[in-house]
Design a protein. Structure first.
Length: 149
């Protein structure tokens, strides 16, 4: 989901700079509706996701983002005006804003992992005896019976 956000921002900035001839500041200002929608809608979406259900918001949000990006893909051309792309920016951003806060709690509901089937750490897979050498030794405090022996 976050790769989608970063990819969208990167390629839209490139689109505004190369196709529309904007500078970095102009491209950034044209992406402000996307950012503004994220800042305004994220708290609202988080509260509603708790009431309605996270999965509904994740699926609906990603579908809205797909709709927005599909809209841009269809209408984007060398002679496309900014106002033709603006609604797609808002729709795509609203969708991603719905999905991001709702997806976080879904990770915490994963079933617990069974330690018996857990893969050992990489250093144990290389050489099993290496673990014995890397473990810190338990030392006894001075004055104890184990230390004086």
């Amino acid at each position: 989901m976050f790769a989608s956000l970063y990819g969208t921002m990167f390629f839209l900035a490139q689109y505004f700079q190369t196709v529309h001839g904007e500078g970095p500041l102009g491209a950034g200002l044209r992406l402000m509706p996307w950012t503004g929608t994220l800042m305004v809608c994220a708290p609202i979406a988080g509260r509603l996701a708790d009431k309605v259900g996270e999965r509904t918001f994740v699926v609906g949000g990603l579908l809205l983002q797909t709709l927005g990006m599909g809209w841009i893909a269809v209408v984007a051309d060398t002679d496309t005006g900014y106002l033709e792309i603006l609604p797609a920016l808002v729709i795509g951003s609203a969708g991603l804003t719905m999905a991001m806060p709702a997806a976080r709690p879904l990770r915490s509901h994963d079933p617990p992992r069974d330690d018996r089937h857990h893969e050992p750490p990489p250093h144990q897979r290389i050489h099993p005896n290496l673990t014995k050498r890397l473990k810190p030794r338990k030392t006894q405090p001075k004055g104890s019976k184990a230390h004086s022996e």
